[in-house]
Design a protein around this ligand. Structure first.
Ligand SMILES: Cc1cc2nc3c(=O)[nH]c(=O)nc-3n(C[C@H](O)[C@H](O)[C@H](O)COP(=O)(O)OP(=O)(O)OC[C@H]3O[C@@H](n4cnc5c(N)ncnc54)[C@H](O)[C@@H]3O)c2cc1C
Length: 297
C-alpha cells in the first residue's frame, strides 16, 4: 500500500541517520511554503517526509570565529529582525524582510528558499553578494561547505544530492567599514498581497578607513537570468571611485547593460531594464548616503 512516512529528527545525528536511506521519494520539509505546493502539484501521496522543523539545534544566529552562522531551521522572520545581521549583513536582513508576507516569513526558512533554487528567490542574491557558504550534511554525518554559485546552478536546480540537507549558512563577518543593501522590484499579487521579485539586486561595498573610497564591491542581480549572477561591470563602476554623479550614472548604466544581455532581446522582460535602473538609484542612495557604515569599531 502506498503511504507517506513522516520522520522528525531531533538532532543533527538523527538527521544524518534519516538521510542515510534517502531516495528520489524522500522530501525534506522546512516551512513547507514551497514543498506543500509542489507535492500537491505532482500528486505525491507516497514517500518519506523528513521534517526539519523540530531541529532546535539548527535554530540559531551567532557570530563565531569571524563568521556569522545561521542555522537551517531559522525563519526569515528571525533573520529580518536580528540586530547582528542588520549590522553585518544588512542586505540579507533586508531581503528576508521582503520575502512574502509576515505569515510566510514566520514559517519559511532560508534553507528551503535556497534549496528551492527559484530565480525569484530573494535570499540567494544576498547570500551570493555576501560570499556566503552553505553547510551541507550527508547521510554519513559529514558536513561540507559550498558557495552559492556552486550550489544553485539552474532554474529549480542545485547540486544537493538526495542524501544531503543544508544545515547552516556561513557568512564572513566584515572587519572593515562596509555597507550592504538589497532591493527588489516586482508585481504585487492581488490574492496574497505579496511582491514576488521580477528583478532584484544585492550589493556589498567595503570602504577605506575614511569611509569615502570603495575598496571592493560585490553586486548581484537576481531574477534576470536562470541563476543570480555577479554584475562585474557594476562592481567596477563602484570601485572606479569617480566623483558622485558620474559614479552613479556609470553604476546604473552598467546594471542596465547586464540586464539587457540577460534577457536576450525578449520583449516580455523589457520592464526589467527600467526596473533595474530604479533599483540601481535606490540601492546607490542607501549605500552612499543614507546608511551608517558597519564594521569593526
Ligand atoms: C504566498 C507566497 C509568497 C512568497 N513570496 C516570496 C518572496 O517574496 N520571495 C521569495 O524568495 N520567496 C517567496 N515565496 C517562496 C517561499 O516562501 C520560499 O522559497 C521559502 O523560503 C521556502 O522555504 P520553506 O522553509 O517553506 O521550504 P519548504 O517549502 O519546506 O522546502 C522548499 C524546498 O527545499 C527543500 N528543503 C527544505 N529544507 C531543506 C534543507 N534544510 N536542505 C535541503 N533542502 C531543503 C524541500 O525539500 C523543498 O524542495 C513565497 C511563497 C508563497 C507561498
Amino acid at each position: 500500500m502506498e503511504q507517506l512516512v513522516y520522520e522528525s529528527p531531533r538532532s543533527v545525528h538523527e538527521l544524518a541517520y534519516c538521510l542515510r536511506n534517502a531516495d528520489q521519494n524522500t522530501y525534506l520539509l522546512s516551512g513547507g511554503t514551497d514543498l506543500v505546493i509542489k507535492l500537491r502539484k505532482l500528486g505525491v501521496h507516497a514517500g518519506r517526509i523528513i521534517d526539519m522543523t523540530r531541529l532546535e539545534a539548527l535554530n540559531y544566529i551567532k557570530i563565531e570565529d569571524g563568521c556569522i552562522r545561521i542555522g537551517a531551521n531559522t525563519t526569515f522572520a528571525d533573520i529580518s529582525r536580528n540586530e547582528e545581521l542588520r549590522r553585518y549583513a544588512t542586505c540579507l536582513a533586508e531581503a528576508a524582510a521582503q520575502v512574502g508576507s509576515q505569515q510566510i516569513r514566520n514559517t519559511a526558512r532560508m534553507a528551503g528558499n535556497v534549496a528551492n533554487s527559484s530565480p525569484r528567490g530573494d535570499s540567494i542574491p544576498a547570500l551570493l553578494a555576501l560570499d556566503a557558504k552553505a553547510g551541507i550534511l550527508n547521510g554519513k554525518g559529514e558536513i561540507t561547505y559550498k558557495k552559492m554559485d556552486e550550489l544553485v546552478v539552474g532554474i529549480g536546480k542545485n547540486t544537493l544530492q538526495k542524501d544531503e540537507a543544508i544545515v547552516e549558512f556561513l557568512i564572513p563577518c566584515p572587519d572593515e567599514s562596509h555597507r550592504s543593501t538589497f532591493g527588489k522590484f516586482g508585481r504585487e499579487s492581488h490574492r496574497t498581497s505579496v511582491v514576488i521579485s521580477h528583478i532584484n539586486i544585492a550589493a556589498v561595498i567595503i570602504l577605506d578607513k575614511q569611509g569615502t573610497l570603495v575598496k571592493s564591491a560585490r553586486v548581484v542581480i537576481g531574477s534576470a537570468a536562470p541563476v543570480p549572477y555577479r554584475a562585474e561591470a557594476a562592481e567596477k563602476a563602484l570601485t572606479d571611485n569617480a566623483a558622485g554623479l558620474a559614479r552613479l550614472n556609470a553604476f546604473v548604466d552598467a546594471l542596465q547593460k547586464h540586464v539587457i544581455e540577460s534577457i536576450h532581446g525578449n520583449k516580455r522582460y523589457e520592464n526589467k531594464i527600467d526596473g533595474i535602473a530604479g533599483l540601481g538609484y535606490s540601492v546607490y542612495d542607501r549605500l552612499f548616503t543614507s546608511q551608517p557604515a558597519g564594521g569593526a569599531e
